[in-house]
Design a protein around this ligand. Structure first.
Ligand SMILES: Nc1ncnc2c1ncn2[C@@H]1O[C@H](COP(=O)(O)OP(=O)(O)OP(=O)(O)O)[C@@H](O)[C@H]1O
Ligand SMILES: [Mg+2]
Length: 226
C-alpha cells in the first residue's frame, strides 16, 4: 500500500464556460488531503463547488489545472482510456439513488460486476453486501417496492461491490427525512468500521458534517476551512 494520504488534490482549478454568461469558477485553487480510513465532510452553500470537487476526485470530470493523486496513482496524469479502470476503484453514491428500476435489489448491486470476470460469485457478493446494509431478505425486491432509505442502502451496497478504495457520496441523505438520513449515516460509519473504507461526503446537513472526522468547507469554489 503506498504511504501518505489516500487522496492528495493540489491546486485544482475548474472553470465552466456556458455561452455568453460569466465563466463560473467551480473550483478555484483547491487543495485537499484525505487520510486512509478517514470520513471527511465537504460542506458549503449551494453552488459552492462541492459536487465539482467530488466529480474531479472521482474522475467523472477533469480539472483545467492541478493534480490529484489517489492511492499512489496520479489520476490527472492518466490517459483517458485508463480512467474507467480508475473509476471502478471508486464507489459513488448520489442523492437520487439512481437504481435501475427493472432490476431487483441484488441485481442492482451486482450490476457493476456483470461485464467482468470475477474470482468470486457475483450474486453471493451482492447478497453479502445487502446483508451488510441491513437488507437481508429483500434481495429480490424491485426498487419501487423499497422505501427511500432502503433504496439508498441498495445504492450504497452497489457502490461497495468493487471494494472501492474511496467512497464519494454526494448528498447521500438529501432525499431522505432526518431520521432515515441518520440511519444511513450510522450505516456508513458501521461500514467504515467493518471495511475501513475512506469516504468523502458532500452535504448540506450540519448534523451529518459534525459527525464526520473532519469538515472541509468550500465557498465560491475555494476551501475556506479544512
Ligand atoms: N457541468 C456544468 N456546466 C456549467 N456549470 C456548472 C456545471 N457543473 C457545475 N456548474 C456550476 O459550478 C458551480 C459549482 O457547482 P456544484 O454543483 O459543484 O456546487 P455544489 O456545491 O455541489 O451545489 P449544491 O449544494 O447545490 O449541490 C455552480 O455555479 C454550478 O452552476
Ligand atoms: Mg452538489
Amino acid at each position: 500500500m503506498p504511504s501518505g494520504p489516500l487522496v492528495k488534490a493540489t491546486a485544482l482549478h475548474k472553470t465552466y464556460r456556458t455561452g455568453a454568461d460569466e465563466p463560473i469558477r467551480a473550483c478555484d485553487d483547491v487543495s485537499v488531503e484525505v487520510e486512509r480510513g478517514e470520513i471527511v465532510a465537504v460542506t458549503g452553500p449551494s453552488g459552492s463547488g462541492k459536487s465539482t470537487l467530488l466529480h474531479l476526485i472521482g474522475a467523472l470530470d477533469s480539472p483545467d489545472d492541478g493534480t490529484i493523486v489517489v492511492d499512489g496513482t496520479e489520476i490527472t496524469a492518466l490517459k483517458r482510456r485508463r480512467l474507467p479502470e480508475y473509476r471502478r476503484r471508486i464507489g459513488f453514491v448520489f442523492q437520487r439513488f439512481h437504481l435501475l428500476p427493472t432490476l431487483t435489489a441484488a441485481d442492482n448491486v451486482a450490476a457493476p460486476l456483470l461485464p467482468y470476470k470475477t474470482a468470486f460469485d457475483k450474486h453471493a457478493k451482492a447478497a453479502e453486501l445487502l446483508d451488510a446494509v441491513g437488507l437481508k431478505g429483500r434481495e429480490t425486491a424491485l426498487p419501487a417496492k423499497l422505501s427511500g432509505g432502503q433504496q439508498q442502502r441498495v445504492a450504497i451496497a452497489r457502490a461497495l461491490v468493487n471494494d472501492p478504495v474511496l467512497l464519494l457520496a454526494d448528498e447521500p441523505t438529501g432525499n431522505l427525512d432526518s431520521r432515515t438520513g441518520e440511519e444511513i449515516v450510522d450505516m456508513l460509519f458501521e461500514l467504515r468500521e467493518r471495511l475501513g473504507t475512506t469516504m468523502m461526503i458532500a452535504t448540506h446537513d450540519a448534523g451529518l458534517a459534525e459527525r464526520c472526522d473532519r469538515v472541509v468547507r468550500v465557498r465560491d469554489g475555494k476551501v475556506t476551512d479544512a
